[in-house]
Structure formats: structure tokens, C-alpha cells
Design a binder for this molecule. Structure first.
Ligand SMILES: [Zn+2]
Length: 49
């Protein structure tokens, strides 16, 4: 699934949370999203343990 992310699109809220968007085997893809409106504030990153 391809989505566009832009760091220039920042919502006015200042509360955010890490959301897991994909989990494959030992790898988790997480993204920082605004808790208020769900806007993605950073590009997703994948962490493998
Ligand atoms: Zn927001």
C-alpha cells in the first residue's frame, strides 16, 4: 500500500502517539500520529528486534 507523507503537513495539535500500522514477524512498522485528528506527523519507520 502506497501512501504519501509530507512533513510540511503538520496539524495544530500537540498531542501525539505512536501507532503500529504493520507487524510482520519480528518487525513492527510504527508511525507518529496526532491523537486528536490522526494526522501522520512523521514518516513510518520499521523496527526489527
Ligand atoms: Zn491533529
Amino acid at each position: 500500500m502506497m501512501e504519501k507523507y509530507s512533513i510540511t503537513v503538520i496539524c495544530p495539535h500537540d498531542i501525539a502517539e505512536i501507532r503500529v500500522i504493520e507487524s510482520v514477524a519480528t518487525c513492527e512498522t510504527t508511525v507518529l500520529v496526532c491523537t486528536e485528528c490522526g494526522e501522520e506527523l512523521e514518516k513510518p519507520k520499521t523496527d526489527c528486534t
